[in-house]
Design a protein around this ligand. Sequence first.
Ligand code: ZN
Length: 227
Amino acid sequence: MKVVKQLERWGGVVTDGHFVYTSDKHGPAYINFDVGFTHPKFLWQVCRALIKPYKGKFDVIVAPATGGVALAAITWVYAWMFWAKKVKFVWADKGDDKQFVFERAGFAKTVKGRRVLVVDDIMTNANPQGSVYKLCRLVEASGGKVVGVSIVVNRCGGTAEDLEVPRLSQLDTVDSSLFYALTPSECDHNKDGLCKQNVPIVDDVGHGAEYKAGHPDYKGGYVSLLS
Ligand SMILES: [Zn+2]
């Protein structure tokens, strides 16, 4: 499914910016799935495609807050309407220490002993610092069995092996020559680093605001993308 192309048409993809990602790395490109929520037919097709590979193979859909929750909820409604009356849906909230927790009443109990499909929109990081990896470990710690991870866009090229799950599926991927990420130090020292070239940093997406607070004197300055 050409999700990225479609989001690009709607302004949900930027490739010439300077972003600080949630991994704290810097890069020029950013995808925002939110614009997809303003196009119901597209959204419905995305949700159908997300669960198709797992039909009959899971009991609970689990999503990480906040990004994946609305999408996973609609995916759950799709499953419920068309084939799975007993499928349940819960989400994990972000605790103070950046770890996920099932803090809503009954959520941890819903996962226990059940087959779980993890759903999220854009996966930017498949390593142990990433939301999806952390969520899979929370599900296991709560007694659930992760049967797979279904994401809309695999932005980082992560694998099922990286996530330590039996199966990973995605609807789309990105051009890795545009979606690279450098450490702050690399960005500041490499010849083609955006910090090195004094490109203004976007301060209202990802971790831009945190970076700005820690580096108020950045020589390239800051810009806002969303406002
Ligand atoms: Zn930079």
